[in-house]
Ligand binder design. Structure first.
Ligand SMILES: [Zn+2]
Length: 189
């Protein structure tokens, strides 16, 4: 399994709409496995294919909380087929928006239809953090980041900081300094 580099905003590939998967074949299963490995390595609890530069409708998740334990989940062509009127607010983070968090309001409960690792159609009802995570990852497939759900003022501030951090990193790399900065972690999606 390969650990794939994760793109960070404002990378234009994160704003593209991903294409549906035609078949769940060996090549796609390899991508799913690589995505899971990359998600665990990051570490994160969810990852969408465009975050590793692949514009295909594939997401992976693994939530291990007291209230929700999913184990590794892979979904091709996931779609929300039902959403509750009731909303829930979670503080979200994202592997593509490192070190920034913001509260996002989304439907509290959704039903998602998808193809599993064997290409079989499945449906799952998601609540709590899982509901947030599935919606956050499906958003990635449509070129939407969690910062697109918050005020433009806050979004632009985060994007400016990300650009600045990237420039600093490039400068440090050019000067041969190792990346020793410790990662503080709330779960990233
Ligand atoms: Zn994300």
């Amino acid at each position: 399994m390969a650990i794939l580099p994760i793109l960070t905003a404002p990378d234009p590939r994160l704003k593209k709409k991903s294409k549906p998967v035609e078949a769940v074949d060996a090549e796609l299963r390899q991508l799913m496995d690589d995505m899971l490995a990359s998600m665990y390595a990051a570490p994160g609890i969810g990852l969408a294919a465009p975050q590793v530069g692949v514009l295909k409708r594939v997401i992976v998740l693994d939530i291990d909380r007291e209230d929700v334990k999913t184990g590794p989940l892979v979904m091709a062509n996931p779609e929300i087929v039902e959403a509750s009127d009731e909303d829930a607010t979670y503080e979200e983070g994202c592997l593509s928006v490192p070190e920034h968090y913001s509260e996002v309001v989304r439907p509290a409960k959704v039903r998602v239809r998808y193809l599993d690792r064997d290409g079989k159609q499945q449906e799952m009802t998601c609540e709590g953090l899982l509901a947030t995570c599935v919606q956050h990852e499906i958003d990635h497939l449509d070129g939407i980041l969690f910062i697109d759900h918050i005020s433009a003022l806050k979004r632009n501030m985060i994007l400016r900081k990300l650009l600045k951090a990237r420039k600093e990193k490039q400068r440090e790399a050019a000067e041969g300094k190792a990346d020793t900065k410790a990662k503080d972690h709330a779960p990233a999606l």
